[in-house]
Design a protein around this ligand. Sequence first.
Ligand code: UD1
Length: 358
Amino acid sequence: MRLVSVVGARPQFIKLAPIAKAARAASVEHVIVHTGQHYDPMLSEVFFGDLGIPTPDVYLGIGSGSHGAQTGAMLHAIEGVLTAQKPDWVLVYGDTNSTIAAALSAVKLHLRVAHLEAGLRSFNRRMPEEHNRVLTDHAADLLLAPTRVAMDHLTAEGLASRAVLVGDVMTDVLLEVRDRVAGLQSPLVREFAVAPGGHYIATIHRAENTDDPLRLAELVGALSRLDRPVVLLAHPRLTAAAAVHGISLTRGSLIAHTPLAYPDLVAAAMGSAGVITDSGGLQKEAFLLRVPCTTARSETEWVETVELGWNVLAPTAREIAAAASRAAPTPTDAVPYGDGRAATRVIRELLLRTPERH
Ligand code: UD1
C-alpha cells in the first residue's frame, strides 16, 4: 500500500508520529507531505526531532496568508504531488486549512481519502476549523473516528457507512511521552523557580480569541489576575495579535514564554496546578494526565473531558477566575480516548481496504 500523509500544523505533526511508526511496522510505503502552514521551528521542526518522525518527503513551503490564499495555494500544490505519487490512500489529519486542501485535492483526482479525527464537532460555525472538519468528513471515503461521540455525529449526518471507531492517536503519543518524562522536573519549574504544582500553564491561539482586541484584552486580563503565576506558552498568532493591539503578555500573574517542545509541554502540564487553554489537544492531554483544565471557549469538541469533571468551559473572565482555582476533580479511570493503540488500527483499516496491493 502506498499512503500519502498530508500535514502542515503543529497538532498534525503529533498525530503523524504514531501513524508513521505504525506504517513502518506494517511495511507500508509512506510518503509525508508538509504544506508549510506552520514554519516556525518551535511549531514544526522540533516535533519531527523529538517524536522520531521521518523528515517530510515533500515540503511545499506555503506559509501564512488569508484563508483563501493559504488554502488555495495548498490545493494547487498538493494536486501536483498527488498526481505524481498516485497513492492508494491520502490520509488527512484534524481540522486545519491543510486538511481541507488535501482532502479536496485528492477527491477531485479520484484518489481515496481517509480523515483521521473524523466526526468531531463544536457546532460553532464561526470557527474556521468547524468548516474544515465538516467539509472534509463529507468528502472523505473513510472516516476514522476517535470517540463514540464522534461516531454519533457522523451517524447523525448520514455518514455511518464510511465511519469506523479507531480511538484517538494523540493518546498513543501522550501515553508514550508521559512515561518517558515521568520523574523529570518541569522545564518551567527550573526556569522560573516556581513551586511544582504552584503555577498554571496557559495557551491561547484560536482566531476567535486572538483577533478581536476586546476579547483578547479580556482573556489576558483574566489570566493576569489569577491566584498563582501563569506561564503563557504564546503561539505566534497570539504574539502577533498582542503586538498589533498593544496588549502586554507579561503582567500581574502572567509570564509570556515561547511555545514548548512536546516532551517539555507534557512535563510542564504534569508539573502544573492546572491548564487554561483554547486548544483542543491540550484539553484532552490535561485529562489524560489528570490535570484540571479550564477552557476559554463556550464549547468543546472533547465533551468527555467536561462530562467526567476534568474540564470546565469558561468563556468569560469571571468564569476563568472561578474555574482555574476550583477544587480537585473526582478521580476517574474512564478511557474515552482509547488504549493508546489507535494508529495501529488506522493502518489496519487502510490495509483492509487496499486489497490489490498489500
Ligand atoms: C492552525 C489551525 C488550527 C490549529 C492550529 C494549531 C487553521 C484554520 N487553523 O491555527 O486549527 O489548532 O493551527 O497551532 O488551519 N504563524 C507564524 N509562524 C508559524 C505559523 C503561523 O508566525 O509557524 C502566524 C502567522 O502570522 C499566521 C498566524 O500565525 O498568519 C496564524 O497561522 P495559521 O496557520 O493561519 O493558523 P493557526 O492560528 O496556527
